[in-house]
Every structure is written in C-alpha cells, then in structure tokens.
Design a binder for this molecule. Structure first.
Ligand SMILES: [Zn+2]
Ligand SMILES: [Zn+2]
Length: 344
C-alpha cells in the first residue's frame, strides 16, 4: 500500500501484525469526509479502528505480552494537556479538551495496514485464542460495555432488590445487538426496536438471544412505549434523534436513557419540552450520553464476548456478515450486512 513497514524504536513499544479490521458507520462518514483528520503533515490517512492483531515483536520493556499473543488495541489516546484530569488518569474516554487522538479517526493512522507499532502495553488488551473468530467485535462491544457500566453506576442509587427489569435497545446494528446481548445476559427483559420489519437477519439474532424485536415502521414509538411497559433503561445505538426522543417518552419511573449513537445532522426537531421536563423530574429519570470506552470496558468486553460465544455461538457469529480482502475495501464499507470485516 506504499506504507513502509514500521519497526520498534523504544523498549516500551510493540509491533503488531493486523489480522482483521471491522468497518462501521464511522468509516463510512470518514470516507464521505464528514469528520476525521489525518495525522499532522500526512497526505494520506489509514482508516480502521475496530481491530484484531497478533503481537510479532516487543521492546525490552514489555513484560506482559509476547510474540504470538492475540490483542485488540484501544482507539483513543490521551490529549497532552497537563490540566486534563481524565486523560492524566488514563480515562481519555472522558477527555475534557477534545484534543485526544483516535486510531483511524482523529490525528492518528488506523489499523487497515499490515503492521502497526503500538506505543505501550496499555494500548492493547490480551484476547484469548478461542475468540479468534469473533474478537473483532470487542471494540464495538466496548461501547455497550461502557454504557452498561454507566448504567450500573447510576442504578446504584436504587438500593432495593430489583428482579424483573426491562431494557429497550434502539437500533439493531452491531453496537445495538451486542448491547442487547449484554442486557439479556444480565437478566433483563430486552426489546430491540429498529427500522426494518421482521423477518430479517437482525431480528433473527435478537430473537435467538431471547430479545423481542419490533420494527419502528410497523409500530410507531408511542404504541411501542405501551407494549414494552415500564422501561428501566433505554440503550440508544441508532443515531436517529427523532426516534430516540420519541422513545424517551416511554422511559419508566427511575429510568435511565443512555445515548451512544452519533446523530447525523438534519433539520431541527421540535420537542414537547414541558412533557420531557415533567417526566424527568416526576419520574426521577436520568439521561446520559457516552462515547468511546475505558480499560474497564475493554476487560468487560473480552470477558462478556467469551460468555456470548459460549451461550449464543451462532447468533454471535452471525453478526459478522462479510469478510473482504483489503482490495475490496469499498465493498466492505458499502455492502449491506451487519458487521463487515477486512482481512489484512
Ligand atoms: Zn466503529
Ligand atoms: Zn484530555
């Protein structure tokens, strides 16, 4: 690809051979130049942020990893502002300056290349060998895991025993369906609310994990709200502001609404703010937005992916709908499917 093979230049570095890179809506947006920036001084930009790699070489200061280990790399790297407390604490997913770098998204080349040098052990997480076939789903799963950790932190305010609880997942893309698996695994009655009418492959995955799938084209948000009953948590992974705020109306008492989708810009929308505020106050509701993921979410994603792999091997594998060679990058990005991969 005209990109020279890199080599290790400091004891803390690791050299990775990329195995697979997942593509998602972010990559489509980057290809449409909606956002994203190449590293300063670069006339090209390597995409790819959902990765799976094998360690091929390590610097002398690397202790916990060795050649042959499977790893998934984190996406976001800290900003260099000494006053940014989140970044200085290793929690750049909460960066307060916005000057972080992201692999394949902002100011840093991504993973759609044969070899990558990682700066340090902290930039990668070890993946068990038996997850080789599905491990590229770890990065998208971290989005759901961080949302779930946020939910757990907020939910800790309710000190009583909670038995039957209801989660609504908005959107049946990979981040939505992986989130649905997470809520199902945690024992929630789980609804997946998405556009396409069933039957379709996404609905089949939702049903295979014991979630109920409802099409927004067949059941409008207000009707859906009645069907799902008192909703304890809505996990939004759709990026569609209108549907999200319509479903917000159905959030139950003490409910938490978690936004993860980056909305595409559209016409300004009108909202019944009086009703929204009334519900927020009178029902003790919380609305929270979350982006990216911390090391705790990566560790949880690796653990939970292994659990999904045991419990729902077929449904999990069906999330991966296409494997393409690097030369078919365009098809991988634009072809329909749930999660398409580039095999490097
Ligand atoms: Zn992505
Ligand atoms: Zn920062």
């Amino acid at each position: 690809m005209g990109h020279p093979e890199p080599s290790i230049s400091s004891p803390r570095e690791l050299k990775l051979r990329m195995l697979e890179v997942g593509v998602c809506g972010t990559d489509r947006d980057l290809c449409a130049f909606s956002y994203g920036t190449a590293p300063p001084g670069c006339d090209h930009f390597i995409l790819g942020h959902e990765s799976l790699a094998e360690v091929v070489d390590t610097g002398g200061g690397v202790t916990a990893l060795r050649a042959g280990d499977l790893v998934v790399a984190i996406v976001r790297r800290p900003c260099d502002d000494p006053a940014c407390a989140p970044c200085r604490a290793g929690r750049q997913d909460f960066c307060a300056t916005g000057r972080y770098r992201e692999r394949g998204i902002q100011d840093m080349h991504g993973f759609m290349t044969e070899y990558v040098i990682e700066e340090e052990e902290r930039s990668v997480h070890l993946v068990p060998r038996d997850l080789r076939g599905v491990a590229v789903l770890i990065e998208p799963l971290t989005i759901a895991e961080k949302a779930f950790l946020e939910f757990r932190a907020i939910d800790a305010r309710l000190p009583w025993r909670k038995d039957r609880r209801t989660a609504v997942v908005l959107g049946a893309g990979p981040v939505g369906l992986l989130g649905a698996m997470l809520f199902r695994a945690a024992g929630f009655d789980t609804w997946v609310y998405s556009r396409s009418p069933a039957p379709n492959p996404k609905a089949a995955i939702a049903e295979a994990i014991g979630a109920r799938y409802v099409s927004s084209l067949e059941v409008p948000p207000r009707e859906f709200a009645g069907a799902a009953g008192n909703t304890d948590v809505v996990y939004e992974a759709m990026g569609a502001a209108r549907t999200a705020f319509d479903v917000l109306q159905c959030l139950g008492a003490n409910g938490v609404f978690i936004f993860t989708g980056v909305p595409s810009r559209g016409q300004p929308l009108s909202l019944d703010l009086h009703r929204l505020l009334l519900h927020l106050v009178m029902r003790n509701q919380v609305i929270v937005g979350t982006v990216n993921a911390g090391p705790d979410a990566f560790e949880a994603a690796i653990r939970d992916l292994a659990a999904f792999h045991t419990r729902w091997p077929h449904a999990l594998a069906s999330l991966i709908t296409g494997r393409y060679p690097m030369s078919s990058f365009r098809e991988a990005i634009h072809d329909a499917g749930i999660k398409n991969l580039i095999e490097v």
